[in-house]
Design a protein around this ligand. Structure first.
Ligand code: SF4
Ligand code: SF4
Length: 373
């Protein structure tokens, strides 16, 4: 009854059709907040890992057994926590200062949401990105609230204080993919922060875009320092137009040599990090070919069965869930809706064009399983 009263109270203050539309789309969040406030502190603990373990022993958590038998044998989520970033890298397609659509919830509320997901699907792998996720309010608290139940990977520019996160999260449950952006971060500071995370036991890789405006000669120094610190360092070729010239085709021979050397001296990385790059981009000589091949992956998959939406989902900053990151992918629901469910079986693809080399086409598991580990 209290829930109905709260909805009616809000309905009485609707100002326009656009306002109504906005409120309807935020209804799952309202319902979630009412439910969460009723369950109170019992529903959440700062130490989610301990809570989950206790609930599992009590038989309260019963993940769907079926999902564990379906390739890739666990659920993967990509979660864009927010859309704004404190940097403005010229080679970035994703940066913005606009967080007007972002869903802001407390660590406690996110803990409840992801614990509900755990109840349904067991331990998942969650890749958190943005924007820059560390500018989200109470970011360390949000990560620590979910990293006990799920294994979490965060893509970040490392602009935050490592100590705020290091003491809160079990290093075994968190991986950091840190981007080094010299236009905004000094190399010494960045290396020191990366070293702190590494020393605290977190798995950490550093990536760097070979943007033509940077002094690419410096890549050699970066390589040397990261190698010395035992931190895997990946150099990504710039893809786009700089001063009227299209890259990566326009790298000079000297620049290609630097990229080649960087690729050759990369420390051994685990398979998951390696495969997150365009397939074949192992050396600078392969770069152009690999990117062309990547473009050629755009294929019509209309009506073909895909496990995206069954074993993977993408969460956008406003909380809406889509089956994959294709621009015309199907919306599946909202992360704050406790009744949300992934598809039970592979579904037909509704996108006109798919350029995802990790797509989970049913029956073609041998082609994509290596990307999902
Ligand atoms: S730090 Fe990352 S998200 Fe932010 S502008 Fe640079 S590349 Fe984009
Ligand atoms: S085939 Fe591609 S576009 Fe279609 S659902 Fe799968 S990943 Fe998405």
């Amino acid at each position: 009854m209290r829930t109905v009263r709260a909805i009616l109270r809000r309905a009485a203050t609707v100002r326009s059709a656009a306002d109504l539309k906005r409120r309807v789309s935020s209804l799952p969040v309202l319902l979630f907040k009412i439910a969460a406030s009723r369950h109170g502190r019992k529903a959440w603990s700062r130490n989610t890992a301990r809570l989950v373990e206790a609930a599992r022993k009590a038989g309260e958590l019963k993940p769907e057994p079926g999902k564990k038998k379906i390739p890739p044998y666990r659920i993967f989520w990509s979660w864009d926590l927010n859309s704004s970033c404190n940097y403005g890298c010229p080679y970035c397609f994703y940066s913005s200062k606009d967080d007007s659509a972002t869903l802001f919830l407390s660590p406690r509320d996110w803990g409840i949401i992801w614990r509900n997901i755990y109840k349904k699907y067991g331990r998942c792998r969650i890749s958190v990105a943005g924007g820059e996720p560390s500018v989200y309010p109470e970011f360390p608290g949000v990560i620590s609230a979910i990293a006990g139940a799920h294994s979490v990977e965060v893509s970040t520019n490392l602009s935050f204080d490592p100590e705020k996160l290091a003491g809160k999260v079990d290093p075994g449950m968190l991986t950091l993919n840190a981007g080094f952006h010299p236009l905004y971060a000094g190399f010494g500071d960045f290396l020191e922060k990366a070293g702190k995370f590494s020393a605290a036991g977190f798995r950490l890789t550093v990536s760097h875009v070979a943007y033509p405006a940077h002094n690419l000669e410096k890549i050699k120094e970066y390589m040397k320092e990261f190698n010395r610190a035992g931190i895997p360092f990946i150099v990504q070729p710039f893809r786009g137009v700089f001063r009227g010239r299209r890259y990566p085709d326009s790298y000079s021979e000297d620049e290609r040599e630097i990229l080649r050397e960087a690729a050759e001296t990369e420390q051994p990385l685990d398979e998951r990090v390696k495969v997150s790059r365009p397939p074949g981009a192992a050396s600078s000589e392969d770069v152009n070919r690999a990117l062309r091949r990547h473009n050629l992956l755009k294929r019509k998959n209309l009506h073909k069965k895909c496990r995206m939406g069954q074993m993977y989902a993408k969460v956008y900053p406003d909380g809406s869930i889509y089956r994959c990151c294709a621009p015309d992918a199907r919306k599946m629901g909202h992360i704050a809706d406790p009744g949300f469910r992934l598809y039970g079986t592979p579904q037909s693809c509704e996108s006109l064009e798919c350029c995802c080399y990790k797509r989970m086409r049913a029956g073609e598991e041998s082609e994509w399983m290596r990307f999902w580990k």
